[in-house]
Design a protein around this ligand. Sequence first.
Ligand code: AMP
Ligand code: ZN
Length: 466
Amino acid sequence: MPLRFYNTLTQQVEPFAPLADNTVRMYTCGPTVYDYAHIGNFRSFVFVDLLRRWLRASGHRLDHVMNITDVDDKIIQNAVALHQPVEEYTAKYTEAFREDCQILRLETPERLVKATEHIPDMVQAIERLSETGHTYDSDGSVYFRISTFPEYGKLSHTDFSGMRSSVRVDVDKYDKDNARDFALWKAPKEGEPFWPAPIGPGRPGWHIECSVMAIKYLGSTLDIHAGGVDLVFPHHENEIAQSEALTGKPFARFWLHSEFLMVEGQKMSKSLGNFYTLRDVLSRGYAPEAIRYLLASVPYRKQLNFTFDGIKSAATAIDRVRNFKLRLESEKFPDCTNENMAARTEAASRKFTEGMDDDLNTAEALAAIFEYVRDANTAMDAGEFCAGNAAAALELLGRFDSVFDVIQPTKQSGFMEDSEVESMIADRTKAKAARNFALADQIREQLLEQGIILEDTKGGVRWKRK
Ligand code: AMP
Ligand code: ZN
């Protein structure tokens, strides 16, 4: 079965291939930089990272654009309250977002673009929409008239045909019951920053930002447009209306939407106050790769309930793979090839691919890896895993890690719990007793990387933190 995705537009799972020159032209909605992002936001960015990595593992090239929304109602409100220019206010959170992405090992898109650096493009697009009769002005603002786009509602599969025309909405986020003509360009209120433009002073609405930057860099028709499920309506619906009104072409072939990170049955969100930033979680001593693993482990179209126990289980799962890799690299196996094991490794690799190809079913893909690790460990214990099986096993771990990227520990000191240190020292003592000095040395190195120094004394091993 080929690579396939659930397409929100058609409500079907469809085989995926890019339209031209094996390059996936993809746009994903980025953060609004008015505060630190929370780990709910990062669930959707981790999903996009998995998507990127799997598209590449499937042999495609990528041209991926992600926006940074660095002007919106909240940003202006907060910057004005702090007497700061918008640019200064957003610079701090843009930098924090970049840092957090790096900590979570999220690849940087080919183009990470700021809304405020594309204002003239947006003004031009609004002018063109006006020339073709899709807009009207009111009090210095420009609105998109949704009745001029008969397919309005096709992404959210909602019938808006009975809508009253010329009822407007100024805020960017609203629900389907409040579907209205939406603002493309907003006139400034007293004391608010604005950009001068032929259409009058103002600033762009959120939806036009994404349409304009997507078309500018990727052309009229994208292969994939993705974002969190809360963006289906109104954001993506409005993006379709503006873009297709501008170009007359289908805006995106595949629309992918990731589900929420939940806390006790509710969406993690700033407004509910039930959120943790990445920094909050790290300061409690959890490793970034455990958070990454947790966010990646549940298939993106299923809600994921956040708990700290969930991060602990993620850390345990990562340890299992790391220990297996350590065994592969350090143990001396019999000089042979076990054909059954070779077939088992191949089957695991196939199952991993099948899982990921099936609309990024990460749960299936991870099950393939962990069942394999269990079987291979059992074979090693029984002396049935041969030296000739090691290369294929390491290659499988490499494929797994090229997508999940959790094996390499993040270099940081002081985060290892005492009990974890003791348990690794016990493993090292066992390895020495079994005369596996290579493994013993590796464990010493691993501990050193975490800032733990061992001293072998007559009375046993003593350890301290650097
Ligand atoms: P914002 O910075 O508010 O524009 O949101 C950035 C991204 O985070 C959007 O794609 C949202 O859909 C997504 N998002 C917000 N809250 C959650 C959540 N609890 N779980 C998953 N994704 C979320
Ligand atoms: Zn967007």
